[in-house]
Write a protein that binds this ligand. Structure first.
Ligand SMILES: [Zn+2]
Length: 198
């Protein structure tokens, strides 16, 4: 598995290009700058099979429409985010497919598992693939996403504790900021409360 990170737009969202050794790829959270994303895809000779959205906030989805027009690949969203108010999505949510807790989606040789992790938004998901987890705005390095933009603090605490309990050695690729690992976050993240989990 290869992971390329592009930091995009005013909100510095992490867009990830995740691919297998044959170049089959998925784009996670294309928030801005579709031309830059397409250029990188062409440079790396990737065959994009899907777009995965960790949630419906505008800073994670802004490039979806032009990318869809260029690539014609399915776009996955958890439908619980369709209730987000328009000012948080900046217009209609564009997606072709729904995913939910426990779904497994194959991209070439890679298999992604969907975990519903409400808190930042009702429909927020984390995406688990091999030794990596893409956490959107649920888990950040040393922090977590806001819960005042269509989410719930109660749900966030539950989701964070669930994610860090998954597996000690997973690499963490958040929606903003630097990468981390579950081992570090379990030890050092002040928002993770269930320290006794091993
Ligand atoms: Zn967000």
């Amino acid at each position: 598995m290869k992971i390329q990170t592009l930091v995009l737009g005013d909100y510095q969202v992490n867009c990830y290009l995740v691919s297998d050794d044959e170049g089959n790829a998925v784009i996670i959270d294309p928030g801005y700058e579709p031309d830059r994303i397409l250029l990188r895809i062409r440079d790396l000779n990737l065959k994009v099979q899907a777009i995965f959205l960790t949630h419906g906030h505008f800073d994670h989805i802004g490039a979806v429409k032009p990318l869809y027009e260029a690539l014609h690949c399915p776009i996955y969203l958890n439908p619980k985010d369709v209730t987000l108010p328009p000012y948080l999505t900046q217009g209609l949510l564009h997606y072709t497919d729904e995913y939910e807790e426990g779904d497994r989606i194959s991209i070439g040789k890679l298999s992604f598992t969907v975990l519903e992790t409400p808190g930042h938004t009702r429909g927020s998901v984390c995406l688990l693939c091999e030794d990596a987890i893409f956490t959107g705005d649920t888990l950040f390095a040393g922090s977590c996403g806001r819960t005042d933009l269509g989410g719930s603090w109660f749900d966030m605490v539950h989701s964070l504790n669930r994610v860090v309990a998954l597996k000690e050695d997973l690499r963490v690729f958040p929606g903003h900021g630097p990468a981390s690992s579950l081992a570090i976050e379990r030890r050092e993240n002040p928002y993770v409360t269930q320290r006794s989990l091993t």
